[in-house]
Design a protein around this ligand. Structure first.
Ligand code: PBG
Length: 331
């Protein structure tokens, strides 16, 4: 104990705004945010996503405009997810390593327009490209194979790096993919392309709106429990992180966010590495729905939940609220 009542009154330092500012332990700024964006074909297209009110799919020109907006707001990174045309989705997800796919066109357009004013993070997993909506390749029993999938993910990652991606973010949860991707990046002279591993990614019920956004939801049969983690497990998350760091990840991610803050804190305490959290689509939708129902003030809910990630030890947060939150932070 460092004091006792009434010599110490903990309310003393809370009594005025200036004092609360002085004693605040955690700060969140726009520089802590990563803005996930959905890319669609065409030009001049803004296609609102029903289950994510306020979030749209944008054609490449619109994505460039969003990237410029991010720069203005001080958001350092955008994360890209493609809504691949249905006729380009196949069993083997080959569109993932087409150098002219939607993702690569968006990366090049952002880099041409913004250069190093912004980082581009790209998702590595096959679900936006497969006709079955799984993140990997299926064997004849419908099981998602590991090693064959990793080989395709390497091609996908190199394809993104060649297009100019700054951070490769594998979200597939295959074993051994970080080492394979890191080796391929090194051999391809992409020494400074980072890997942010979705290291502790859970088989969660919070991904529904995302699957609508990339168009994989209707295609997906079954679930992703044979590769994404069991929400009951925490020690296992540390093993996942340990493996990914040993294999060459520069930073790690915990996903989803709010329901897994304990995991973020454990990872930070155990490894002392940069940890990021993904406040996923279902979390965004919950906040918007709560606000629309009059159950809370939207802006306050946004800022409070984002601050919680920093308090839990995260270096930053992927959030669809990024532009809204940045504007609130900038006042
Ligand atoms: C796909 C991927 C998913 C998300 C990011 N990358 C969905 C999934 O695993 O099914 C979810 C993000 C969100 O819900 O906002 N590999």
């Amino acid at each position: 104990m460092t004091g006792s009542y009434p010599n110490t009154r903990l309310r003393r330092t809370r009594a005025s705004g200036w004092s609360r500012s002085l004693h605040r332990e955690t700060l969140i700024t726009p520089a802590d945010l990563i803005w996930p964006l959905f890319v669609t074909e065409g030009s001049g297209v803004e296609d609102p996503i029903g289950s994510l009110p306020g979030v749209s799919r944008w054609s490449v020109d619109g994505i460039v405009a969003r990237a410029k907006e991010a720069v203005e707001l001080g958001i350092p990174v955008v994360a890209l997810f493609p809504n691949t045309q249905p006729d380009r989705r196949t069993d083997d997800g080959a569109e993932a390593h087409n150098p002219d796919n939607l993702m690569c066109r968006a990366i090049r357009a952002i880099k041409d327009a913004c250069g190093d004013d912004i980082g581009v993070l790209t998702d590595v997993a096959l679900d936006p490209y497969t006709s079955h909506g799984q993140d990997g390749l299926l064997d004849d029993k419908g099981y998602v194979t590991n090693d064959d999938t990793v080989a395709v993910l390497v091609d996908q990652a190199i394809n993104q790096a060649e297009a100019g991606a700054d951070i490769i973010a594998p979200s597939d949860m295959m074993d051994g993919r970080i080492r394979a991707i890191r080796m391929a990046l090194e051999m391809g002279s992409h020494h400074n392309v980072q890997i942010m591993s979705y290291a502790a990614k859970y088989a969660s019920a919070f991904y529904g709106p995302f699957r609508e956004a990339v168009g994989s939801g209707g295609l997906l049969k079954g679930d992703k429990k044979s590769y994404q983690m069991d929400p009951a497990n925490s020690d296992e998350a540390l093993r996942e992180v340990e493996f990914d760091l040993a294999e060459g990840a520069d930073s790690v991610m915990v996903k989803p966010g709010l329901a897994y803050l304990d995991i973020a804190r454990r990872v930070k305490d155990a490894f002392g590495v940069p940890v990021f959290a993904y406040q996923v689509s279902g979390e965004y939708a919950m906040i918007e729905a709560a606000a629309a129902a009059g159950a809370g003030d939207r802006d306050a809910l946004v800022l409070e939940t984002l601050l919680a990630f920093k308090r839990a030890g995260c270096s930053g947060v992927l959030t669809y609220h990024a532009p809204v939150a940045a504007r609130l932070m900038l006042g």
